[in-house]
Write a protein that binds this ligand. Sequence first.
Ligand code: PEP
Ligand code: MN
Length: 342
Amino acid sequence: MIVEMRAGASQEQLDAVISRVHSLGFEVLLNVGTDKYVVAVLGSNTGQVATDAFAVLPGVASVTRIMRSYKLASREFRPGNTVVRVGGVAIGGPNPVIMAGPCSVESEEQMATTAQSVKASGAVVLRGGAFKPRSSPFSFQGLGDQGLDILRQVKALTGLPVVTEVMDPRQVAEVAEVADILQVGARNMQNFALLRELGRLRQPVILKRGLSATIEEWLETADYLLAEGNDDVILCERGIRTFETATRFTLDVSAVPVVKKNSHLPVVVDPSHAAGHYELVPSLAKAALAAGADGLIIEVHPNPVEALSDGLQSLTFSDFGRLMDELKALGEGLGRPLQTLA
Ligand code: PEP
Ligand code: MN
């Protein structure tokens, strides 16, 4: 349930609403808008309380039940777009953000050359996994702590903010020291212990859509982060399982406008994991931008043939440069020029 206060409602009036929420046994999450407070009343059986319990209180403008299964991620809770700021980059604002880099951190040289190249082409965030969630335990699992050290060095070298995956709640503090954005991989979308831990951070999180998750289930998991007080949540569509086998996953382009309509959170698209093949990545990237994505996250490798993971879907530097030229032109055409570094 959402209790919207009138513009200019007093602190006492707000406090009275909050104490009524508590006296009914529910919890409060406060959204401080530009000119008014919005109080989310959270609990498993708020449906049993009449909206009048709040509507009668002074200073209350309206009381609305959120009929969706996700609450805090919904536009009903927060009508304006959430903009996530990291370094000089804003995700969810008027200018789409391009993030690029290898699937896995493999060496300092690999990361440094990739970072310099994608930066020169116009990427504003660097990606690279130190801890890798591989389908098989016999596949390369990432360099772990050594990978984090490499990310730290390359960040210092290029100034690019870094996004990297965290797989375990026990790793959150360590990864958060290096990462500007922490990535929850598709396979961990419903790792609730991890989400709660990340919710207690005050650092941006990219929440990838699970391989077989509906948009509703995905937004419910975003609520885990938001309910712990972390507002800096970025959603990432990365392809879902369908009957189609011509691509690794099926990019659900529809997810972009659906999320934009129903949620205030920014949504970016990962065309690389959806496509599974480098030849398909540019088309999916352009489709996602045209559909209104707030950004793209693209795998790029200095020598994809030698990549320790996801080489087949990784772009070379020159392919990425060409794609960036097309994305810049497309962004201009859409009236949404790509974000550049300040
Ligand atoms: C990745 O970003 O390299 C990755 C493993 O992505 P996903 O979780 O979407 O499969
Ligand atoms: Mn990958």
